[in-house]
Ligand binder design. Structure first.
Ligand SMILES: CCCCCCCCCCCC(=O)SCCNC(=O)CCNC(=O)[C@H](O)C(C)(C)COP(=O)(O)OP(=O)(O)OC[C@H]1O[C@@H](n2cnc3c(N)ncnc32)[C@H](O)[C@@H]1OP(=O)(O)O
Length: 220
């Protein structure tokens, strides 16, 4: 397991001040990233397979053995990861975050990067995230937008929690299609950060969000 040995700082943005382990994204072993990717593919294969029952039973036994093997050393709940964005700023989040966690095979691993307006990511979703036939589940659309607006609030102000999230579903959001997700801060009033985000497919808006984030620690 990767352990960050840098000294704990007193910054409220540093999770080690709250007793949570923190690792740098670039220090995660390539073997772990490969395993996450393979298991992501496995989830998709399981969700869609029509193989015979013997193969299903055999595969289930193999997977159970692999699960036991990995469970001998587990991370602490709340373990955090620090990742560097394109412009050099750093962002901290839980390492198993369901939308962008580096070690979570169920996550689409949205990689939000900084732009002049806020944050932007591109992601293509498969049937793991399916709601209506061929379309992204509405709850996942909300989850991705929640992450995008929460992250832009954290990066541009300081970390907080979503108090309110409103989604307008404008058009169906397709699977197997590059989606562009953007988010930005509209205004800040003390601990309240008013944020917004959008998903586009083929350049057309499929969903829009507005949200209120409440900063856990104000800057002062
Ligand atoms: C290192 C980490 C990395 C973080 C990296 C970031 C990525 C995270 C992305 C995912 C985000 C999530 O999923 S977060 C998980 C989902 N959200 C949650 O679990 C939050 C649950 N709710 C809460 O814990 C609480 O309600 C809080 C913390 C949001 C607010 O509680 P509080 O701190 O006591 O503050 P409170 O006084 O109630 O409210 C402050 C001000 O906001 C207003 N306010 C509060 N709620 C609302 C509301 N729903 N709609 C309108 N206004 C509201 C109040 O009227 C008040 O205004 P005024 O009187 O001052 O004018």
């Amino acid at each position: 397991m990767t352990v960050n040995t840098q000294p704990v700082t007193e910054s409220p943005d540093d999770p080690r001040a709250f007793g949570l382990p923190l690792v740098d994204a670039h220090s995660l072993p390539a073997e772990l990233r490969t395993l996450v990717s393979r298991v992501h593919d496995l989830v998709d294969a399981v969700a869609n397979t029509e193989v015979d029952t013997d193969t299903l039973a055999e595969t289930a036994a193999t997977v159970e053995g692999l699960t036991d093997r990995l469970n001998v050393a587990r991370r602490q709940i709340g373990a955090m990861v620090r990742r560097e964005l394109g412009d050099g700023t750093t962002m901290v989040g839980t390492i198993t975050n369901i939308v962008e966690g580096e070690t979570n095979p169920a996550a689409p691993q949205l990689f939000l990067d900084r732009t002049d307006e806020g944050l932007r990511a591109e992601v293509t979703l498969n049937t793991i995230y399916q709601g209506p036939p061929g379309l992204v589940h509405g709850g996942w659309i909300a989850a991705m937008l929640d992450q995008a607006v929460g992250s832009v609030s954290a990066v541009e102000t300081s970390p907080g929690l979503t108090a309110n999230l409103e989604i307008d579903y404008r058009r169906p959001t397709p699977l197997f299609t590059p989606l562009e997700i953007t988010s930005w801060v509209e205004r800040v009033e003390g601990r309240k950060v008013f944020v917004a985000g959008r998903i586009r497919a083929h350049g057309q808006v499929t969903a829009e969000a507005t949200a209120l984030m409440i900063r856990v620690e104000a800057d002062g």
